[in-house]
Write a protein that binds this ligand. Structure first.
Ligand code: MN
Ligand code: MN
Length: 300
């Protein structure tokens, strides 16, 4: 079958039949979460999973840079999309959490195609119920630690504030990389630092190899369970324009690879790429990049 033909699953993997219960034969499951009702600016991330899957058809099984060959070691399937309720955010969070609880009960590691960043909260709830508080490698232009947005607790700008309040994170093992742009005040940086997060602003990354930083991150994460949450707006809009809240002067695509490849050897329990909004992605490069970042996560 030509790579561009056939069913549009992630990396052309088998689709797990929706009428068949999950079982422990799977090591990793790709999951789409087509939710964008938590966004504050440009919408459209509900179409992210479909676009990422479409661009992923080009991905072959071997990683030519790291020599990783994940399918020689792991059973992987596309578990389809979570059936969110697009008219009700809080109900959707319950639906998402229950989906990931099922993955946890079979020790299946999730790699998630977002969806806006609100979805990381129910994912972290399910992970923390299984593993206890988790370490976090968070790439983003934004800290996503607002107390509220328009008075609402559950939005794409608040998930990590809620996660701290709910003790889902091991706050001494949280790093946020790529933070920049305009914010609402000093609290955007002061609050997460006060919780013990390590913040790496984008200017600390400009023109730098991130290989030394990732050695520090690996030491910080140790052997504890660690999750990767990658907001595509961590990248510069030159590389990833198709997103809801773009910020100039971001990370490069090679730096994104250095971050994910630098997680090799950690006790990784899953990851996501969120905030891909295909309507603003005229070339498909944003979705292509997201597909590749998910592949790199699978490789580590
Ligand atoms: Mn962001
Ligand atoms: Mn975010």
């Amino acid at each position: 079958m030509p790579r561009f033909a056939g069913p549009g699953t992630m990396m052309r993997l088998p689709a797990w039949p929706t009428d068949q219960p999950l079982d422990a034969s799977l090591d990793v499951g790709f999951v789409g979460v087509p939710l964008d009702i938590g966004t504050s600016h440009r919408p459209g991330a509900r179409f992210g999973p479909k676009a990422i899957r479409a661009e992923s058809s080009l991905l072959r099984p071997h990683n030519m840079l790291t020599r990783a060959a994940p399918f020689e070691h792991l059973q992987v399937a596309d578990l389809g999309d979570v059936a969110i309720n697009t008219f009700n955010l809080e109900k959707s969070l319950v639906i998402i959490e229950s989906f990931y609880d099922k993955l946890m009960s079979h020790e299946i590691k999730p790699l998630t195609l977002g969806g806006d960043h609100t979805i990381v909260l129910p994912i972290l709830r399910a992970l923390a119920r299984h593993y206890g508080p988790v370490g976090l490698v968070h790439v983003d232009a934004h800290s996503d630690v607002n107390e509220a947005m328009f008075g609402e607790a559950y939005t794409h700008g608040t998930p990590f504030r809620r996660a701290v309040e709910e003790s889902l994170l091991d706050t001494a093992r949280v790093v946020q990389i790529g933070i920049r742009g305009s914010g609402y005040g000093d609290d955007d940086l002061a609050w997460p630092r006060g919780q013990g997060f390590r913040i790496i602003t984008a200017d600390e990354c400009w023109g730098q190899s991130l290989v030394p930083l990732m050695a520090e991150v690996r030491a910080m994460m140790g052997a504890g369970p660690t999750y990767i949450s990658f907001d595509i707006d961590g990248l510069d809009p030159a590389f990833a324009p198709g997103t809801g809240t773009p910020e100039i002067a971001g990370l490069t695509t090679p730096q994104a690879l250095q971050i994910i490849q630098g997680c090799s050897g950690l006790n990784l329990i899953g990851g996501d790429v969120v905030e891909v909004s295909p309507a603003y992605d005229t070339t498909g490069n944003t979705a292509l990049t997201a597909a590749n970042l998910l592949f790199e996560m699978l490789c580590v």
